[in-house]
Every structure is written in C-alpha cells, then in structure tokens.
Design a protein around this ligand. Structure first.
Ligand SMILES: [Zn+2]
Length: 289
C-alpha cells in the first residue's frame, strides 16, 4: 500500500462524498514531503449537530468563506476531525495549505477552543502518526509560531498528549486487564462473550465497538511501526560507528607495520655498523701483526 492509501484509510468521508461538484486541483507537492502535523480550530461555532448534513453544510460554509472572502484557491484545511471522531477530507493533501507550510498536513478541530473528545484524540493521533513519528513535528497554529490563539488551550493540551504518545511504548497503550475495557463490558452485556446472544445489538453499537477496535489496532500498529523505525535508525548509527572504528584500526595497523619496517631498517644499519666495526678491528689486528 502506498503512503497515500495509508492516509485515505483514515478518512471516513472523502471530499466528493459531500462536495459533489468539486473539480480536481493542480498538485503542488508529492505525498512524501509531508512530515508535519499542524492543528487548527475554528475560533467560532462548529456544526449545529453531528449529523451528516450539518457537518456537510458547515464545511461548505468554511470553503465559501475561504474562497469568496479570503480569495484562497480552496478551503484551507486538509482534514476535519469532528467530536465523534469522524475524519472528513478537505483540501487535496497534494496541495499545500499555504506556501510556508509545504511539509504540513493541516488538521481542523471544529469550534472555539473545543473540548477534545477521546474519539477525536484517537483520530488526531492516527493522522499525526501517519505524518511523522517525531514529537517535534507535531504542533498547532500558535506553535508554528504565529501570533494567534489557534488552536486554543484545549488544542494545545491535545498537542502535548500527542507528542507524549508518539514516544510511548506499546505496553502503555493497551489496558492491562481487557475485561475492564468498555468494549469488553459491552460485548458481555450483549452476550457476545458467553455466546448466548440474549440481546441483539443495534448496528450503531456494533459500529462503535468495531471502529474502536479498528482504531486501537491502527494505533498499536503505528506505535510498533514508529519503534521499528527508531530501532533501525539506532542500528544504522551503531553500524556507522563500528565502520569508522574499523577504519581507524586499519589505519593504526598500517602505522604499526610502517614503524616495524623503520625499526627493522634501523636494526639493519646498526648490524652493518657493528659489522663494519668488526672489519675495522680485524684490519687493525692484521696491520699490527
Ligand atoms: Zn489556525
């Protein structure tokens, strides 16, 4: 799967699913340059409710505002994440939001300093994890830095949590006792564990449990992926060190062998000098005979 496919999997509602006549745009970058997560809020009201139609009309109003009032080419943000954790696609991710943030995927949290729900946080984590495994590459609008309150105090706490989690080991992500997990309790209530099936679950309950299980899996896979990348980097750094030490050892070996040759040469001269002395002594002895 390509990196673009990996992102599309995280998106619940694609642009053409709600903005039916949006035309294709000119791309300004490739998917691989994206390695930053930048978070924004509205600074005004979010949608009237979490119904599909309210979300749809609310995003289209933002698009109209950006195009008609601000004279931008399209809605600014690439990703919208609603309180129920639903991820909607905005601007084409291959088109940068703004010239000076060409490496960022821009993520919008609806509302004015909105309280971030757990579902919203998990969706943010999945997008951040997709963009990067470096906590320093995860920021909000104010931390760019820019003179703005965006994305609010709650948004900045969300950034703090995302940054911490990007460095967290897998064991911290999974509940120690699964039987205390909300999904386990639900499954028990509905008789899914015992196999009795006393209660028939509604489609939405099944949907919520399945989505949570799916997101938990994505989260775990991403964490493992991040750790593998970090370990690979550490291994190649160690290999580079070993290679440079091996080179140094070979240089030293060469020096030692050159010194040995010199010593041998000096010894040779000494031997010759001694031999000469012996000859001179012999001659002197002959002459004095
Ligand atoms: Zn902003």
């Amino acid at each position: 799967m390509s990196r673009h496919d990996d992102l599309n999997i995280l998106i619940d509602v694609r642009r053409l699913d709600y903005d039916y006549d949006e035309k294709p745009v000119t791309h300004t970058r490739t998917i691989n340059v994206i390695d930053q997560y930048e978070q924004h809020h509205t600074g005004a009201n979010g949608p009237a409710s979490l119904s599909f139609d309210h979300k749809r009309r609310w995003i289209l109003a933002i698009e109209r505002f950006h195009e008609m009032e601000k004279h931008w080419s399209d809605v600014f943000y690439h990703i919208f994440i609603f309180a129920d954790g639903e991820v909607w696609e905005g601007r084409d991710v291959l088109r940068t939001s703004q010239g000076n943030i060409g490496r960022a995927i821009t993520v919008h949290l609806p509302g004015n300093n909105p309280v971030i729900t757990e579902a919203q946080y998990l969706a943010c984590l999945a997008i951040a994890r997709w963009a990067t495994n470096r906590p320093a590459n995860v920021r909000d609008h104010q931390q760019r830095p820019a003179a703005t309150y965006c994305s609010g105090d709650n948004g900045r706490n969300n950034i703090k949590r995302l940054r911490q989690e990007l460095n967290m080991p897998l064991t911290d992500l999974l509940p120690e006792d699964l039987t205390n997990h909300a999904d386990w309790t639900t499954a028990e209530d509905y008789g899914w564990i015992s196999g009795n099936g006393q209660r028939v679950a509604s489609r939405s309950v099944v949907g919520v449990v399945a989505t949570r299980a799916y997101r938990q899996t994505v989260k775990a896979v991403n964490v493992v992926g991040g750790r593998v990348t970090r370990n690979t980097a550490a291994i190649s750094a160690t290999e580079a060190k070993l290679a440079s030490q091996a080179q140094r050892i070979s240089q030293l070996t060469t020096s030692v062998s050159q010194l040995s040759t010199k010593v041998a040469a000096l010894e040779g001269r000494t031997t010759t000098a001694i031999d000469n002395e012996a000859i001179v002594a012999a001659v002197v002895e002959k002459l004095t005979d």
